[in-house]
Design a protein around this ligand. Structure first.
Ligand code: SAM
Length: 240
């Protein structure tokens, strides 16, 4: 049988789940599944301590950290916010590099950051005093932190179309200070494209229009497309 919609079973499971909890979000459904998977010892590309691929947790976020810094060099006393920090794969490098109290990490849930905090260790946490929070509760605190840079890595692609305005609004709000920069990797395609259970690509113009009045100041093809789909992972940097 030819399956016309490869994600139908997943979407039906989501709708059945949402019917029992009206108003729930796709991210709540998909993240709950990942959390349950990690508890059972499953590997994940970016979340938890047991990552798929060759690299250890400590190394896996390094190249993204270096790419962001190369795109937008920052002094050690600059304030940085990680939106969708997960298990601190990338955040941990910023926490070590930036001065004390200069990093604010937000995520949709606390489960992943708890794993990252344990991996990072009490010594570094006490020395650098990064702040942590759940997006629904601490978004305004992160905006009031007035970061010089807010970044989101491997987040935009997972944001369901219904939650897209919240993601864009959060990036713009946190990058609220004049001169502040927002960087995220987006999957870009000629038209809106669903390419995985939780994978969406959008035309570049969507991001440019949505992020206004922030202006695009840089972009970099990350070269890791998705086999079978005409989508391109691109790091976008916007400045207010
Ligand atoms: C694939 S993980 C990437 C984690 C981390 N940034 C990294 O690069 O290792 C995506 C993260 O974004 C967070 N997130 C925040 N808002 C989200 C949304 N609307 N949809 C999906 N994930 C979201 C998830 O909780 C998760 O920790």
């Amino acid at each position: 049988m030819i399956q016309d919609d490869p994600f139908r079973a997943y979407d039906e499971a989501f709708e059945a789940w949402r019917a029992k909890q009206p108003g729930s979000k796709f991210s709540e459904f998909s993240l709950r599944r990942i959390i349950n998977g990690l508890r059972k010892g499953r590997v994940h590309d970016t979340l938890g301590s047991n990552l798929s691929g060759e690299e250890s947790w400590a190394e896996s976020g390094r190249s993204m950290f270096e790419t962001i810094l190369a795109m937008h060099p920052l002094p050690a006393n600059a304030r940085v916010c990680d939106y969708g920090c997960g298990s601190l794969r990338v955040t941990s490098h910023f926490i070590r590099r930036q001065d004390r109290l200069c990093v604010f990490a937000l995520d949709a849930v606390t489960d992943f950051m708890k794993i990252g905090k344990e991996l990072l260790g009490e010594h570094v946490l006490q020395e650098k005093l990064p702040r942590f929070g759940v997006i629904s509760a601490r978004l305004e605190n992160a905006a009031a932190f007035r970061p010089d840079l807010v970044y989101a890595t491997s987040v935009a692609r997972h944001v369901h179309p219904e939650e897209k305005p919240d993601f864009i609004d959060a990036m713009r709000r946190i990058a609220g200070k004049p001169g502040s920069v927002a960087i995220f990797d987006a999957y870009v395609a000629d038209k809106e494209t669903r390419f995985a259970r939780s994978g969406w690509a959008w035309p570049l113009n969507f991001y440019l229009d949505a992020m206004a009045p922030l202006k695009l100041i840089g972009s970099k093809e990350l070269g890791s497309g998705v086999t079978g789909w005409d989508v391109h992972r691109t790091l976008l940097a916007f400045q207010r």
